[in-house]
Design a protein around this ligand. Structure first.
Ligand code: NAP
Length: 512
């Protein structure tokens, strides 16, 4: 019963027998996080893995999201596994469909599909200290057991429906961007979009040419910088394929720029706030170049420091508001009725379709995405809410043995999501190698190591824009319900990787 690899290894591609009593590991989530975890476990010799996903195919966010304009907004050379580069991205920022194809390609290359079960929603996971196993309960009551539990349920996976009075009485079509209806044709319709986050920034320029009239309801403006996008020439794709080092160089440059702006400028704001101000000036100049109307510019200008909330990149968002059939509405919504939206100043706008680009609920509906019960029935959600959001190295929590939570507080590096995944793969490799070496059946991070890590993260946050910038009006999902910015790991990406490969093994109790 040790979490050492199952003796029943199956090096062929036969589907995993999911009815087996106790699996080596149960992974929840078949997106890039879950697949990365499975690749790391397979490399360690664990072959009896079950990957559960509520959707009907793999790819996580890139399977679920298919709204018009969906594209990655981190350069594609950086937004992929470093060990599985794709030389054939069609653009600098690949369209969403290519990310989905890439996910399928990775699953095939690493033979992951045979571990996957789709259309299964996990409702609960319960630790048994006697048997040192996790029992994972599905919505239909079925249970799946594993010696390890890994959750890779994403940060942005629980869509947020706005709590606007009367919205349920609207008789037209309502579409959340995370449940896009490809069959619904917006051509000639009067459409409203609620939200101006990264999703809306991609969607609005795509749908505006089709709609008869488009109103964008903005509560908080977003910082938008120019996007150095374009097709990747065939010759460059061939070079990447023939000389992989050339793509690694491109990846290094992309990562360096992002790390400087999105990580260093945000986390070292006290010392390097000029980087943020430079980024804000770049975005402001971009707006001035693209929007001639000063009132419109004023409305589109954020009133919080760059970096308080996730900025985005687009060359087409601002110009869309110059169109006569596109309106920016900044007066708050009072209510929705059967046929339209009424703002607090009493104005109403009739619409046919309401698009909710209202994002995701991280802090109430996620963390964790389902009930996780550790030692003595301790509830992970209650622990996080009552004793503050925390996770040692962004992956493990005291009281929850044999459990790695990949989408945890302080886990996200802020750069490409793949840097987070790969540093977590490194962490689990170091940890589980030791578990295997000792023939142990149980590991658990010590409360002391967790407390030290939390204190260090809190200390490091003191230098960040979240503390020193002007973030009060940003309504950023980086902040939890306690007003603490506990999403990003406040260290450099290099530090995250270094520590993933060198953390003291004594930070875990590893028991035979
Ligand atoms: P988001 O950033 O959370 O934006 C949600 C928007 O909806 C905000 O403008 C928010 O306004 C507004 N909103 C929510 N509830 C509202 C209400 N009741 N009334 C009025 N407005 C309301 O969500 P998102 O745009 O879906 O983006 C989420 C994240 O996904 C991004 O930050 C990014 O990390 C990721 N993303 C990535 C890509 C990619 O290519 N990699 C593409 C799209 C998204 P407030 O700001 O005022 O709350």
């Amino acid at each position: 019963m040790s979490p050492a690899p199952s003796p029943h290894q199956d090096p062929t591609s036969r589907p995993v027998d999911t009815s087996r009593a106790v699996h080596d590991a149960v992974i929840v989530g078949a997106g890039f996080g879950g697949m990365g975890a499975a690749i790391a476990l397979r490399r360690l010799g664990y072959d009896d893995l079950v990957i559960l996903d509520r959707e009907d195919d793999l790819g996580g966010t890139w399977h679920v999201n298919h709204y018009p304009g969906l594209a990655v907004d981190i350069p594609s050379a950086t937004y992929s596994y470093s060990f599985a580069p794709n030389p054939y991205w069609s653009r600098m920022y690949a369209p969403g469909a290519e990310l989905k194809q890439y996910a399928s390609h990775v699953a095939q290359r690493f033979d992951l599909r045979r571990h996957m079960r789709f259309g299964v929603t996990v409702t609960r996971a319960t630790w048994d200290d006697e048997t040192c196993t996790w029992t994972v309960t599905l919505a239909d009551g079925e249970t799946v057991e594993g010696r390890l539990l890994l959750t890779a349920t994403g940060f942005l996976s629980q869509p947020r429906l706005p709590d606007i009075p009367g919205i349920e009485s609207f008789t037209g079509t309502v579409i959340h961007t995370a449940a896009w209806d490809d069959d619904h044709d917006l051509t000639g319709e009067r459409v409203a979009v609620i939200g101006t986050g990264a999703t809306a920034v991609q969607l609005i320029p795509e749908i505006a040419p089709r709609t008869a009239d488009l109103t964008v309801y903005q509560r908080t403006a977003i910082w938008v910088t120019p996007k150095a996008d374009g097709p990747v020439p065939r010759a460059l794709q061939r070079l990447y394929a023939r000389v992989p080092l050339s793509q690694r160089v491109a990846r290094g440059i992309g990562s360096g720029v992002l790390e400087t702006i999105m990580v260093t400028g945000v986390l070292q704001y006290r010392r390097l706030g000029f980087l943020n101000r430079l980024a804000a000036r770049t975005a402001t100049r971009h707006l001035h170049r693209q929007v001639p109307d000063p009132e419109l510019r004023r409305q589109l200008t954020p009133d919080y420091s760059f970096g308080c909330k996730r900025p985005t990149f687009s060359n087409t968002y601002y110009p869309t508001f110059n169109r006569p059939d596109v309106h920016l509405e900044t007066t708050s919504i009072d209510h929705v009725d059967a046929t339209g939206i009424v703002t607090t100043d009493g104005r109403r706008r009739d619409i046919d379709t309401l698009v909710l680009a209202t994002g995701f609920d991280l802090w109430d509906a996620n963390f964790p995405a389902f009930t996780v019960e550790g030692v003595d029935g301790a509830d992970l959600g209650s622990f996080w809410r009552e004793q503050r959001f925390q996770a040692y190295q962004g992956v493990s929590v005291p009281g929850f043995p044999n459990f790695l939570s990949l989408n945890s507080p302080y886990s996200y590096s802020g750069l490409s999501y793949f840097t987070t995944i790969e540093s977590q793969m490194k962490h689990m490799t170091r940890l589980l190698r030791e578990v295997q070496r000792r023939g142990a059946r149980r590991f658990e991070v010590t409360p002391q190591a967790n407390a030290r890590f939390l204190a260090r993260m809190k200390h490091r946050l003191q230098s960040s824009v979240f503390i020193n910038g002007s973030c009060a009006t940003s309504r950023s999902y980086y902040f939890n319900q306690h007003g603490e910015a506990t999403l990003l790991r406040p260290t450099s990406t290099a530090n995250a990787f270094r520590e993933a490969g060198r953390f003291p093994l004594t930070d875990y109790d590893i028991a035979a």
